[in-house]
Design a protein around this ligand. Sequence first.
Ligand SMILES: [Zn+2]
Length: 230
Amino acid sequence: MGMRWRIGDGKSINIYNENWLPGRGSAKVVSLHVHALEGAQVAALINPDTRTWNQNMLQQHFLSFEANRYKLLCEEENASDASSSDSLKQDIFWRCIWKLCILNKIKLFLWRACSNALPTKENLKRRKILDDAKCSACLSAQENTFHAIWSCELLHHIWNPCFNWIRTKHPLIQDVQELVDLVGQRTGNLELLAVVAWFIWNHRNQLRLNEKGLASDKIFQAAKLHLSKF
Ligand SMILES: [Zn+2]
């Protein structure tokens, strides 16, 4: 089933410590921690034989709204209807992301970006939370994941120092995962791509909340500095 390629076997994701829940609300589990699951991985919530969520476990240990989000995750992933070869490819892809030398929360961010699981305006509109999905920065395109972190024209100056070659040599790329695949193959500089994208996404959220964030022309340097300290 589709779940496998997103969660993998669930052995790499800590239930309580990682930001892994998609959709609205906290990406981290907010239900009261139970002793039995302290330190456990997501694999503990998956029935290994059927590769489906253990519903009894969800109902027993998680708040109902959170248990519903697991179900949502399941439905969305089933809807993706990945073929088995695609699943295998995605498994390998996720393992590559997991090996990157960056904070786990940025790996999770990248995974969610590639899985279209970030709360972009387009996704919020799809869930009827917003009426308008227009990008608040350029006001000329719908804010999907690819636009929010890469293709918005107001982001070009941020990416250009290291990644301009993608726009010139591969202008037809339209998807975050294609971008990640390309950078992973050509330069091995996925860490920088992930961290810059993460800074851009946070910057976008700060603007949305009317918080004062980093000036956009400082983002690339801030991302490089972050990476050098890691
Ligand atoms: Zn835009």
